[in-house]
Structure formats: C-alpha cells, structure tokens
Design a protein around this ligand. Structure first.
Ligand code: ZN
Length: 136
C-alpha cells in the first residue's frame, strides 16, 4: 500500500465563488499512480469548503443564496468583533472541508453529474488543497 500527497493551489477572485477542481484533482491522482484506493481531498483553510455536487449554474447560485441565508454576513456573530468573516467560518464548518472519493482504474469514481467543488467563502485569496491518495 502507498500513501502519496500532492498539494494544489487555486486563486479565487470573489468573496463567494465555487471552483470546479475535479480535473486538477483527477490529474493529481494520476500523478500518484495509485490505481485502486481512496482519495482524500482536504482544504487547509477555515473559510473554504469542499463539496461534491452538480455544476449547474442555477444550482451554484442557489448554494450562494442558501449560504447567505443560513449564515448572513455581519449578523451579530461574536467572531466579527475580532475579524469580519464569521459567516464564512460557519458556512465552512457546516459544508465541511474535505471529501473522500474512491479511486478505481487510476481514476476518481464519480457519478455522472458529480463534480468536486471548492467553495470560497471569504475571497479573493490563494487557497491550498491537499490530495492524499491511499491504495495500491
Ligand atoms: Zn476569521
């Protein structure tokens, strides 16, 4: 069994943005040469999220609206007393900052409409994502 890490980085350009990072993560998995196993994708940040879902433009806008309805900016959050991004930390926590995807035949095993999405919640920033492939 082998364990290989690859670090990826992404630049975001907006306060809230959803980047489809499926292709970059797929390339990283190929680079590791793990053919059968698991791929952990882990964000090194407290104000991003990693989700698996459909990349339909209306739905991506719905994610933004849902996030801002559930965690409105400046809604009296205590963390805003020392920073201005409590809404982003909260949304990150509820969406989650990692995903685990099966690897088979050297590729990510995803459903037809499934894409791996990096959700920027407090951009624009440079973001680091670790891809850990575990298997043989
Ligand atoms: Zn903060």
């Amino acid at each position: 069994m082998k364990v290989k890490n690859v670090e990826l980085s992404f630049s975001t350009s907006k306060d809230f943005e959803i980047l489809d990072i499926t292709d970059e993560v797929s390339s990283a998995v190929k680079y590791t040469e793990v053919k059968e196993g698991l791929c952990l994708v882990f964000s090194l940040h407290t104000t991003t999220a990693l989700v698996i879902n459909e990349r339909e433009p209306g739905l991506l806008d719905d994610f933004r609206q849902a996030s801002s309805k559930l965690f409105p900016k400046g809604a009296g959050w205590r963390h805003d007393l020392i920073d201005t991004n409590a809404h982003a930390h909260l949304a990150s926590t509820f969406m989650g900052n990692f995903q685990v995807i099966p690897i088979t035949n050297g590729s990510l095993l995803l459903g037809t409409w499934q894409r791996l999405l990096l959700v920027e919640l407090d951009g624009p920033r440079r973001r680091r994502v670790i891809v850990t492939a575990i298997g043989e």
